[in-house]
Ligand binder design. Structure first.
Ligand code: NI
Length: 421
């Protein structure tokens, strides 16, 4: 579903969008973190989006809401692009590079179990990964930079993308639609309920894993009698051989020094207790922080399935759906972010993440094109904000919104120039 201009204008007029939070930006100096009005403004934005979550590529209202706020505060918006995405360019008064800051807008297809007054009003859809907070923070970043553009060198492009949770992820469409053209570096944050508010998780190099989905379907020429499996091919038995071989890949076939994990999460076959089914299907995900291992595991998975199917005389179909690549933080940008955190919030605010996550982030698609840095922002201050990402009770300490927006605005404003050469 794509909205026409008239439909979008209509949407804007609807009550959900008419209630646009606004802020007197005159006191929005770079220390936006200290402004109570700014903190309340971002909290209201986050709560509005939290109450009205939308799934990937369906963020029509969220996208219009973001556009309305930015336009009300004098920013020009480009979009929709990549489906429901948009961006705003903040042009500084001085020459300099174009750099980007990215937020994601999509929610998850899970019910919100919280009983707070800003809980999701859409049954079965909820912001349980903090993308509502990412969007609010990015609006804050854009407004701070816009207010202080006379001190800004170059241009900062603030991106609002759809469908981060999807496969391959909305970032692919954003890149396809040219949002990175001429852009030299990109930053993003992800909220982190394992870290206290005011602390930021930093890691140089791989910080999240790639994620590919696979589906293997084993098909025999007919069903069989459970008393006489030798007369047919037992597809469940063959699928089990494949499953066992796949589980043995990590650590035997892969380099033990490289992080990788393969998990089978679907296994469907049969119905009756005494009929050998014609078909058995399994599926799951492959995750690794190393691009070479990623290719090697995917190729080996296909080969294992094909060769075992050949050995036992069944047909096999293997589908691998490529998801996000691993996010690999650029060392120079990581150093820059860490030094801004130190000077803004003190040494103790920097948390050195010990190991990359085996989770994935579609921010990796941008980093295949240009250097970038994904920062984890602590959002835990009480038991209510300590639930893990994707938990149906997930919530954040909203006190983290304004300081994080101010911090990221400073990171962007002081982005280090490219080293010569
Ligand atoms: Ni997320």
């Amino acid at each position: 579903m794509v909205f026409s201009q008239t439909e979008r204008d209509g949407l804007r007029k609807m009550s959900v969008i008419a209630d646009i939070p606004s802020l007197d930006v005159s006191d929005l100096a770079e220390a936006g973190a200290e402004s109570v009005a700014f903190a309340t403004f971002l909290r209201d934005i986050r709560r509005h989006i939290h109450q009205h979550p939308e799934l990937g590529f369906e963020e029509y209202r969220t996208s219009e809401f973001v556009r309305s706020i930015l336009e009300r505060h004098g920013l020009a918006v480009t979009g929709p692009l990549a489906g429901t995405g948009l961006y705003t360019d903040i042009e500084g008064a001085h020459d300099g590079p174009v750099i980007a800051y990215r937020a994601d807008m999509d929610a998850l297809p899970t019910a919100d179990a919280k009983s707070v007054k800003y809980a999701s009003r859409h049954p079965g859809v909820a912001h349980l990964c903090g993308h509502d907070a990412h969007t609010a923070i990015a609006i804050g970043v854009a407004l701070i930079l816009h207010r202080n553009r006379e001190h800004l060198r170059g241009t900062v492009r603030v991106l609002f993308q759809p469908d981060e949770e999807g496969t391959p992820g909305g970032a692919v469409n954003m890149v396809r639609d040219g949002v990175l053209d001429g852009v030299q570096g990109i930053y993003a944050i992800h909220v982190d309920p394992s870290l206290e508010t005011g602390r930021y998780g930093v890691l140089d190099g791989p910080v999240t894993s790639s994620k590919d989905r696979f589906r293997i379907c084993v098909k025999a020429s007919s069903t069989g009698h459970s008393a006489r499996p030798h007369e047919v091919v037992d597809t469940i038995w063959v699928a089990n051989q494949i499953a066992n071989a796949l589980y043995q890949m990590v650590g035997r076939f892969t380099d033990a020094r490289q992080a990788a994990v393969l998990t089978i999460c679907r296994f469907h076959a049969g119905d009756a207790y005494n009929v050998i089914p014609e078909q058995a299907e399994l599926g799951g995900t492959i995750r690794t922080t190393d691009a070479k291992e990623r290719t090697a595991i995917n190729q080996r998975l296909e080969r294992i399935a094909n060769e075992l199917a050949g050995l036992y005389g069944v047909e096999v179909q293997v589908d691998i759906e490529a998801g996000a690549p691993a996010v690999k933080n650029d060392p120079r940008l990581t150093k820059h972010v860490a030094s801004v955190i130190r000077s803004f919030c003190g040494e103790e605010a920097v948390f050195h993440i010990p190991l990359p996550s085996m989770g994935s982030e579609d921010f990796g698609h941008y980093l295949e094109k240009i250097p970038g840095m994904l920062l984890r922002a602590g959002t835990r201050s009480a038991p209510e904000s300590a639930y893990p990402l994707h938990s149906d009770h997930f919530d954040i300490d909203e006190g983290a919104l304004a300081p994080t927006a101010a911090l990221m605005a400073h990171v962007l404003r002081t982005h280090p120039d490219q080293e010569p050469g």
